[in-house]
Design a protein around this ligand. Structure first.
Ligand code: GLN
Length: 248
């Protein structure tokens, strides 16, 4: 790859509203892991009332409290068609926690009102009385690769998957989608949702590389991403795993 290679493009949806637990750090990881391979990431922000760019290779929604989700949900519903078209042409869509819930069909929030979702993932979310909080460890097979995923969850919503998507992983520690069925997150094609903050990608670099591989493919530039040293990342992963084990 030469320096003249055009950058991958990422659309960051609602950076003002959906960014708790430093979820924007996921974008920093994607950018850095590209740069370490001589590639670049260009970020476009799309907030309330902004159009969704049709030419991005990744679309990202972070987490948010119910109040923030309420502020963006109707606007996001108006962005559903371009996001669906992007997913259909193979772009990556990643949603975390509040963003994950809004990728589903809807979120019945704690105040009894239901927020619309965009139905990119076949799932529904209903707020429970007790929040599901703590460190999480998953066993996951993602794009054919098996590994563990670590993170932190804090949500009232209980998410139930339909037949149109599969869980991101099985819960080894923590609560996951609903605290009952042992599943966490959802994947359908290249659309991925998860409750895991931390943020997600710094401690789970293998997930980041799979997402980048998909994004490069959707850009028509499939490349074998050179492995990175990742010692710090693996150490952080191990610390999170140990902490989750102790807290159980
Ligand atoms: N408001 C949602 C819930 O509590 C999502 C919270 C979050 O993004 N951490 O379920």
């Amino acid at each position: 790859m030469s320096a003249a290679t055009p950058p991958l493009r990422l659309c960051h949806l609602y950076p003002e509203h959906l960014n708790i637990y430093a979820d924007r750090g996921n974008i920093a990881v994607l950018r850095r892991r590209l740069e370490w391979r001589g590639l670049a990431l260009e970020t476009v922000e799309a907030g309330l009332g902004d159009p969704v760019p049709a030419d991005c290779h990744l679309y990202y929604l972070g987490g948010g409290q119910d109040r923030d989700q309420r502020l963006v949900a109707e606007d996001l519903a108006r962005k559903a068609d371009p996001l669906r078209r992007a997913a259909e042409r193979g772009a990556v869509v990643l949603g975390v926690c509040g963003g994950y819930q809004l990728l589903g069909r809807g979120y019945a929030a704690a105040d009894g009102r239901t927020l619309p979702g965009i139905g990119l993932l076949d799932l529904e979310t209903v707020a429970g009385r007790r929040r599901l909080i703590g460190d999480v460890v998953l066993s996951a097979t993602f794009d054919g690769q098996a590994g563990t995923v670590v993170g932190y969850e804090n949500h009232a919503g209980r998410t139930y998957l339909g037949g149109g998507c599969t869980p991101l992983g099985r819960v080894l520690r923590g609560h996951g989608n609903n605290g009952g069925d042992g599943c966490e997150g959802a994947v359908a094609g290249r659309t991925v949702g998860t409750y895991l903050h931390g943020p997600l990608l710094p401690k789970n670099p293998w997930l980041a590389d799979i997402l980048l591989g998909w994004a490069l493919e959707s850009a028509g530039r499939p490349v074998e991403l050179a492995p990175l040293a990742d010692e710090l990342e693996q150490a952080a992963h191990t610390v999170a795993q140990t902490r989750a084990g102790r807290r159980r």
